[in-house]
Ligand binder design. Structure first.
Ligand code: OAD
Length: 245
């Protein structure tokens, strides 16, 4: 499953950068977006994941995010998340960038997780930008108001919104600098995140490795694909790197 070429390349890498997507949490029981039966097959993102949707029906949007937050609170990180946390200390530099909002990398012990699409455990006032964590956040059905009078929204990136500038800058710089870039569990359809593997390959000359049971939109540009679930591949990758050293 993990070829000698990949194990050798990784065992000698100076800087490994990783981009994860919803697929890395699939084996934990968190639904992906674009697979058959994924969230966007059942729900319309325009009605749930845009600022216009929130302004039109904040309670509906809150109910949907509360449901997702509850679902995530009831699952656990899988062996893929744990392997990524263990990989952190194995290279001179390791950069973990995620499109996921589910906190599962952090719960598996990953330090320095760079979140491009926010975090579902956080909420934020739309006027004064005050941030609320976990239990401070609105627990359920109804939209809450900040003490300044502003509506409180989930602190995630919605369609049509800018990504957090600092995290995107970090991710772009990591893509340029790394010598191996792993794209894991993402369909590669959402920009600017989907641009990062291309930047790594074209600007940084990195080896691009994909871990995904299905070919993604990035498939034609990757150097190597390990076409199996990340919860199976990543622990083996970890073992293969240890064995190659
Ligand atoms: P997608 O749902 O678009 O893609 C999930 C990918 O995971 C697919 O390519 C699957 O083949 C793959 N996959 C499924 N099970 C897997 C497994 N066990 N191991 C590895 N891969 C697996 O999710 P993302 O690419 O993360 O944005 O979607 C990107 C963004 O689109 C999300 O962050 C979200 C969504 O709209 C926002 O909400 C802003």
């Amino acid at each position: 499953m993990v070829s000698e070429i990949i194990a050798n390349k990784l065992s000698n890498a100076r800087h490994v950068a990783v981009l994860t997507g919803a697929g890395v949490s699939a084996e934990s029981g968190v639904p992906t977006f674009r697979d058959a039966g994924g969230l966007w097959a059942k729900y319309d993102p325009q009605q749930l994941a845009t600022e216009a949707a929130f302004r039109a029906d904040p309670d509906l949007v809150w109910r949907w995010y509360s449901w997702r937050r509850q679902l995530i609170a009831n699952v656990n990180p899988n062996p893929g998340h744990f392997a990524l946390a263990a990989l952190h200390d194995m290279f001179p530099r390791f950069s973990l960038v995620t499109q996921n909002v589910d906190n599962l990398h952090q719960r598996a012990g990953s330090r320095e997780v760079h979140e491009l699409h926010g975090n579902i455990e956080r909420s934020r006032c739309m006027i004064c930008e005050a941030v609320f964590h976990g239990d401070e956040a609105p627990p359920g059905e109804h939209v809450l108001q900040c003490s300044c009078g502003g509506a409180i929204r989930p602190d995630v990136v919605w369609f049509g919104e800018q990504l957090p500038e600092k995290e995107l800058r970090f991710a772009t710089e990591a893509a340029v600098d790394c010598d191996v870039f792993l794209t894991i569990g993402t369909s590669g359809q959402v920009y600017p995140a989907a641009q990062l593997p291309l930047i790594a390959k074209q600007q940084g000359g990195a080896m691009l490795i994909e871990i995904n049971p299905e070919p993604s939109a990035l498939a034609s540009m990757v150097d190597e694909c390990i076409c199996s679930p990340s919860g199976e591949v990543l622990p083996r990758l970890l073992d293969a790197i240890k064995a190659a050293r």
